[in-house]
Ligand binder design. Structure first.
Ligand code: TRP
Length: 461
């Protein structure tokens, strides 16, 4: 027990878990996925998944971690034996793969910070082709993503309290206020209202199977669920803490930031006559035009602050992703933190290189045909396997594990340790039913549907 680190306070855990949740998933990915999947209709389904499935699964992860005091592999193995341990291992692998591409996008954000602050990004006249050329030029990107991984490693090296907790407490609030500022500015622009309509007035004819599982995958990704990240953070949490209220705050903060990111982006996109379904470049293409319009001085200040905070948001997430694999190596393989961090960071950086080269640098990685009529980049493929499919699958397995092995009684006991009136409450009944019946059925079904669509191109509706 004495060698495991821990959070110093409840606020520390909340900041770290919210820091893990809030990241590129909210600001970069959420708007572009929503833009590709019908705007408001997507938003509604997303929120539905967050509260119905995301919240119970989040509690499942945190309670399991705190009870087992272990990394995902150790936690599953402790209560379910070696075979269940494999589920934990698969989660750790998913985390490694997610971090590999996440770090590349973080590198883009860092590059955009430098280009805005010190370069001449804001003097460009075609931000879309600038973005295309930027991501295709791997020489800078190699350095930036290497640098990003190095910074992540340095913080994870300092351990739970100083590194992880300390950084998150300052960066999260700063990001929040900057978002609010840009939203207010954006709403004053001509044509902005069209963006608000797209984002807030649902057109249900745009909903299809893809909308539904994209929203589910997005919910898991955004809350950092399904690969044991919160099992790991939960294992650093003390027994007195109220998991129920902490998790609620994390879910609310994460959903707020994603919601605000959409409210920031869509008015800007529409006021500049861009397309909301632009894809992964959306944030990088829509925002610079606005910064440019603010004039050279103000634009530089606001623009570079924005990309810098985007880097910070990404950093508290890369930290949490790296920590999972590191915790495994420390707990199970008895490695030193230093050895685990440096080796893992380096390996994951290398695994990310094909994702980086798949944005124009190397044609065969940029678009290959997986099945007739579609083309994917290498990064899309990694995202499909390890995020869209693996995370909800991880949630499915977690709920089956709790229902059949660890038991909802233990789940409930663990929550009630820090939440006085939990036992016998409506919330307890709700969560137990969700974990035991609804999550396994819904997530199992969604897993099959997603697999059929993504890999066999069978579209159900
Ligand atoms: N949730 C983070 C984001 O929205 C990314 C992230 C961090 C993550 N840890 C994770 C995603 C674990 C899935 C699993 O940017």
């Amino acid at each position: 027990m004495t060698t495991r680190g821990g959070f110093s306070s409840r606020l520390g855990f909340i900041a770290a878990a919210a820091g893990s949740a809030v990241g590129l998933g909210n600001i970069w990915q959420f708007p572009y996925v929503a833009g590709q999947n019908g705007g408001a209709a997507f938003l509604i389904i997303y929120v539905f998944w967050i509260f119905l499935i995301g919240f119970p699964i989040m509690l499942g992860e945190i309670t399991l971690g705190r009870s087992a005091q272990s990394n995902p592999y150790g936690a599953y193995k402790k209560y379910g034996g070696k075979a269940w341990g494999l589920v934990g291992l698969f989660g750790i692998l998913s985390g490694i793969m997610i971090l590999s591409f996440y770090n590349v996008v973080s590198g883009w954000a860092f590059g955009y910070f430098l280009e805005t602050a010190f370069g001449n990004l804001l003097e460009e006249n075609d931000f879309s082709s600038f973005f295309g050329e930027y991501v295709a030029d791997y020489s800078d990107n190699l350095w930036f993503s290497f640098g990003f991984m190095a910074i992540t490693a340095v913080i994870v090296l300092q351990g739970v309290k100083k590194g992880i907790e300390g950084s998150a407490k300052i960066l999260m609030p700063a990001l929040f206020f900057l978002l609010l500022g840009i939203i207010v500015y954006g709403l004053t622009l001509p044509g902005a209202i069209e963006g608000v309509k797209f984002y807030l007035l649902p057109n249900f004819s745009l909903i299809n199977a893809e909308t539904i599982y994209s929203a589910l995958g997005q919910a898991f990704f955004s809350l950092s669920l399904g690969m044991g990240g919160l099992i790991t953070y939960g294992s650093y949490l003390s027994k007195q803490e109220n998991i129920l209220s902490s998790a609620s705050l994390v879910v609310i903060a994460d959903t707020m930031v994603a919601f605000l990111a959409g409210l920031m982006i869509f008015p800007l996109v529409f006021s500049q006559g861009q397309s909301p379904s632009e894809g992964p470049g959306l944030v990088f293409v829509a925002l610079p035009g606005i910064f440019q319009a603010m004039g050279p001085v103000l634009g530089k200040i606001v623009g570079s602050s924005f990309f810098l905070l985007l880097c910070f948001a990404a950093l508290t997430s890369t930290i949490s992703l790296l920590e999972v694999a590191v915790a495994y190596l420390i707990d199970e393989r008895k490695w030193s933190r230093r050895r685990a961090v440096s080796l893992m960071a380096l390996v994951i950086f290398f695994i990310g290189i094909p994702s980086m080269l798949g944005y124009g640098a190397i044609q065969s990685l940029t678009s290959f045909t997986f099945y007739e009529g579609t083309s994917k980049s290498f990064m899309d493929l990694v995202q499909d396997i390890f995020s869209v499919i693996a995370l909800p699958l991880g949630g499915f397995l977690l709920s089956v594990f709790i229902a059949t092995r660890w038991t909802t009684a233990k789940f409930s006991d663990e929550i009630s340790q820090g939440a006085k009136n939990y036992k016998g409450s409506f919330m307890e009944g709700f969560l137990n039913i969700m974990i035991k019946f609804i999550c396994p059925v819904v997530l199992g079904l969604m897993f099959i549907l997603t697999l059929l669509q993504k890999f066999f191109n069978i579209q159900l509706f």
